[in-house]
Ligand binder design. Sequence first.
Ligand code: AMP
Ligand code: MN
Ligand code: MN
Ligand code: MN
Length: 274
Amino acid sequence: MKYADLHIHTTASDGILDPREVVAWAKKISLTAISITDHDTTCGLNDAIDEGDRIGLEIIPGIELGTYANDYEIHILGYFIDYNQPQFQKELELLRVERNSRAQKMILKLKDIYGINLDMDYLKSIAGNAAISRPHIGRALIELGIVTDLHEAFDIYIGNKCPAYVPRSTLSPKEGIELIEEYGGIPILAHPGLIGNMDIVEQIIQMGIEGIEVFYPQHTAHQVGTLIDICHRNQLLMTGGSDFHDEFINNIPAIGKQKLPYTYVEFLKKSRKS
Ligand code: AMP
Ligand code: MN
Ligand code: MN
Ligand code: MN
């Protein structure tokens, strides 16, 4: 059987392996195809594709856009976008600028509420070339000895319901879907089980999503069943992936933790517009 993992982060956003390392590991664990889906950036794609060509692994260009509807965080995956278009890159740059100014606001809250001293330069040294995401802030809190791991950072300081959390002022789900479609990509609703309200799925379908990330490590068997049913009824594509960032099991990165039979990749490819 051929398998794929269509949801992977790299150091281009908040993952800890660089794109070439991700590709090398995916090959080592015998996947046939992967997609790199960094948050609000395609900066890791060219290295991944180059490495994939070199060692023989299919790379599907992807992205994950963070959008908000009311208080819900809705993530939209985009596959096969014509990402080299300069206007698309300009749009992404705006999203990354907003990320950095939101990080600045979180730095102020951490200072005001807890007396924690973080500065932007320190965060940038952790994030490297990536725009700042909360895991970078979490890693800074670990390095400072304030928390022992990312879960503690999210539980106490930076999770969605925590005092130092600042929501992003960014795209709505509809704008995210439209942005992906405008540049020839296929918009897929990411991990609906994490939204915290499955009723929203129907609303996102009305907005023109083309598929749903059904297969996802944190989805329960019941959620998977419900989502498969929704996809059948609405003729939507089904995808899946590990959402790998930094998890290792026995010193091996948990890439492919969610394996997707390659047949689903073939369906996705048939929906390509370009
Ligand atoms: P941001 O996009 O800056 O709001 O950060 C969100 C990112 O934080 C997600 O993409 C995950 O990688 C990570 N994340 C969210 N919740 C948690 C959690 N409870 N524990 C660890 N990482 C999390
Ligand atoms: Mn992330
Ligand atoms: Mn996500
Ligand atoms: Mn993700």
